[in-house]
Design a protein around this ligand. Sequence first.
Ligand code: HEM
Length: 421
Amino acid sequence: MTDSAPPHAEGGPPAGCPARATGVRLSGLAYQQTPSELYRSLRRDHGPVAPVLLDNDIPAWLVLGYNEVSYVTGHDELFARDSRRWNQWDAIPADWPLLPFVGYQPSVLFVEGDEHRLRAGVVSRALDAVDQMELASACQEIGDLLIAAFAGSGQAELMASYAHPLPMRAVVRLCGMPASGVDTEELVRDLRLSLDAHEGEDPVAAYGRVQARIERLVKEKRAAPGDDVTSRMLLDPAGLDDEAVVQDVITVIAAAQQPTANWIGNTLRLLLTDDRFATTVAGGKLSVGQALNEVLWLDTPTQNFIGRWAVRDTQLGGRQIKAGDCVVLSFAAANTDPQVWPEGPAGAENSAHLSFSNGEHRCPFPAPQLADVIARTAVETLMEHLPDVVLGVEPHELRWRPSVWMRGLADLPVGFTPVLH
Ligand code: HEM
């Protein structure tokens, strides 16, 4: 069922490293299609903290327990964000696929302590000034345009034509760029490439273009500030320099796009495949809000997050963790931890899930609320325009993208009565 590593004879991981015991690869088709089964078997065989192997068989600890994930995120002094601590860097090749979001960058994501509090405060204040009603109507407008492009055909692939571009356009607009136009289209494409490159694409070059575009934006906003997130970050009394603002605007855009897109996609899938919700679309029992919340419990977009690095030797879930070990936070496993939810997760009724993480580096206030506005408006707008939308394939034919981080569909083909304008 799981893809196991070869036995560690000579040349295997050194004594004390997380992969020494067994080493289950956190990849492969079975993992992609049914990660919950892998989490179940890891929990059964190893308890709340399991030794796993990332790409290139790089060892790490996967934290599956709700209490253990909460402990790690609540103890920065033991499990910190700066990935330069990792004791595995010597084994990691320059083209390691997880590098773009694990390699240290001087952004809010990786800085620690006072510097982090300063930078996260700037992001929070800039996001807090967003008018949520205006954001909802902007998302509706963006949704209307995207739907108009395919509504006449009676069919669509919703991940590429709706779930991904909608939050991206919404967030670039929040940051002070037009939501459409050639420039924005290029940025949208390059961000996708830098986060989710396919065969033959060059994520590093794409990231370079994103950086150059955001540098230009920051320069423009420094010269002529507007009512947008970038300008507010530049004008914040914390007085960040342009370089820091460039890093953090890229983080805000990247951190917003992928999880929100997959939140939309996973919610549409639930609505289109589950009878409890299918009746809703036509006239209703369970609401879009309940579907959005259920997804955060059972199919959360950021299923695993890499991660935290042990500051010193310590213990976690009965394991000896060495200084510099990497700890991967499995929000998906924690949300369904039978120790905490013996009857199954509390589901749509509450929001005690860990999908936005916890502690110092959690998804910053009010980002989860903004994400909710974007995702809810996206789903409702689609349902309003295409009330008879149905899945274009059998539910079991849907394929998930090969990502350790994200739980997101590769495609979501649908059919509906063509809408002629
Ligand atoms: C408007 C949309 C969003 C924005 C602007 C946003 C922004 C951010 C930022 C700036 C960070 C870095 C925080 C730090 O390191 O201090 C972050 C982290 C994170 N976000 Fe979000 N986010 C958005 C949507 C989402 C969604 C939809 C999810 C998942 C349901 C999510 C889950 C997370 C997680 C798990 C982290 C990592 C926290 C950690 O390291 O413990 N975010 N987000």
